[in-house]
Design a protein around this ligand. Structure first.
Ligand code: CO8
Length: 303
C-alpha cells in the first residue's frame, strides 16, 4: 500500500494504473488502459460540449445527443477523448457532468449497439464502455454528476462513477441499474461500483430486481447524495465543487485512489475476459430476443 500511495502522489491516481504512455496533466505518464482513442467519431455534430472555466478550474461537460443521450460507440469515444483532454489539462481540477436534454440525463448504453451486431463490433463497443468507466472512476479530477433527468443503467453507472451526485428533485426521474429488467446482467464492475456507493444489501436488492429508483427513493438509499429543485442542479453542483476543490488535490487524489484502486484493478486484470464474456452473452439468441422485446416495449410505450 505504501508503494501505491507513493506512486499515487508521484503520478496521480491515473498514473498508478498506467498501462499506456500518454502524458498526464503533470507531464508524466498516465492511464489510458489499452484503448486507442483514434478519432473514430463519424458524426458531424458533437455529442458532447465542454466548457472549462479557467478562473475556477472547473469544466462542465454537457451531454447533448438527442433523443436520450444513449451511450453509443461514437458517444463513448467522444466522451473519453474529452475526459482525457481535461485530465491532461493542468488548469482543470474539477468536472461536472450534466445533460442539455430535458427530462433525461442519459438512457444508458445504446441498445442498438448490442442488438443485431457482429461479435467484433460488440467487442469494440464493450471496450469503449470499460474505458469510459475506467477513465471516470479513476479520474484525478473531483467529479460531480448533475443529474437533471432520468438516468437508468449505463447512465446510472456514469453517475456512480463520479465522486458526488446531485439530482433534480422530481419523482418522475429515475435512476438505477435495471439490467435484469432487460434480461441482461450487470457485469461485476457495475456491481462493485454500486456496492461501493450504497452498500451490499441495497445493491443486492437493486441489482436482482433491476430497480429504478425515483429521485426521492434514490436519496433514501444513498444512490444520490442530494436533491435540489431542477433549475438549481447545475448551480448547486458548482457550489459543491468549490468545497471539493478546497481540499488539497494530492490528498484528495490519494484518498480516492485508496478507496477505488482495488475495484479498478479488478477490471484491469480481467479486461479481455470481460469483453469475451460480454460478447458471448450478448450475441446469444435468447438475449437478442430479450433485447428485441425490450426495444418493442420502449416503442409501444409511445404509441
Ligand atoms: N438505447 C437506444 N435507444 C433508446 C434507449 C437506449 N438505451 N433509450 C431510449 N431509446 C430510444 C427509444 O426507443 C425512442 O426511440 P424512437 O423515438 O425511435 O421511438 C427514443 O429513444 C426516445 O425514448 P422515449 O420515448 O422512451 O423517451 P422518454 O423521454 O419518454 O424516456 C427514458 C426517456 C426514461 C430514458 C426511456 O427512454 C427509457 O427508459 N429508456 C430505456 C433505458 C434503459 O433501459 N437503458 C438500458 C440500456 S442497457 C445498459 O445501459 C447497461 C447494459 C449492461 C450490459 C451488460 C450485459 C452483459
Amino acid at each position: 500500500m505504501a508503494n501505491v500511495l507513493r506512486n499515487s502522489a508521484k503520478f496521480g491516481f491515473s498514473g498508478v494504473l498506467s498501462q499506456l504512455s500518454i502524458h498526464s496533466r503533470h507531464g508524466r505518464e498516465c492511464v489510458s488502459p489499452c484503448f486507442s482513442l483514434q478519432q473514430r467519431n463519424s458524426s458531424t455534430s458533437p455529442k458532447i460540449k465542454v466548457d472549462l472555466d479557467n478562473s475556477t478550474g472547473v469544466a462542465v461537460l454537457r451531454m447533448q445527443s438527442p433523443p436520450v443521450n444513449s451511450l453509443s460507440l461514437d458517444f463513448l469515444t467522444e466522451f473519453c477523448i474529452n475526459l482525457e483532454k481535461l485530465e491532461m489539462d493542468k488548469s482543470c481540477r474539477g468536472l461536472i457532468i450534466t445533460s442539455t436534454l430535458s427530462k433525461v440525463f442519459s438512457a444508458g448504453l445504446d441498445i442498438m449497439e448490442m442488438y443485431g451486431k457482429s461479435p467484433e463490433r460488440c467487442g469494440e463497443f464493450w471496450k469503449a464502455v470499460q474505458e469510459m468507466w475506467l477513465k471516470l472512476y479513476g479520474s484525478n479530477m473531483a467529479t460531480i454528476a448533475a443529474i437533471n433527468g432520468s438516468s437508468p443503467a449505463g447512465g446510472c453507472l456514469m453517475s456512480i462513477g463520479c465522486d458526488y451526485r446531485i439530482m433534480a428533485d422530481n419523482p418522475r426521474y429515475s435512476i438505477g441499474l435495471n439490467e435484469t429488467q432487460l434480461g441482461i446482467v450487470a457485469p461485476f464492475w457495475f456491481k462493485d461500483t454500486l456496492v461501493n456507493t450504497v452498500g451490499n444489501r441495497a445493491a443486492e436488492l437493486a441489482l436482482e430486481l433491476g430497480l429504478l429508483y425515483s429521485a426521492p427513493d434514490a436519496l433514501k438509499i444513498g444512490l444520490v447524495d442530494q436533491l435540489v429543485p431542477e433549475d438549481q442542479v447545475l448551480s448547486t453542483a458548482q457550489d459543491t465543487m468549490s468545497k471539493w476543490l478546497a481540499v488539497p488535490d494530492h490528498a484528495r487524489q490519494i484518498t480516492k485512489s485508496m478507496m477505488r484502486k482495488q475495484t479498478i484493478d479488478k477490471l484491469l486484470s480481467n479486461r479481455e475476459a470481460d469483453i469475451t464474456n460480454f460478447v458471448s452473452f450478448i450475441t446469444k439468441d435468447s438475449i437478442q430476443r430479450s433485447l428485441r422485446m425490450y426495444l418493442e416495449m420502449l416503442k409501444s410505450r409511445k404509441a
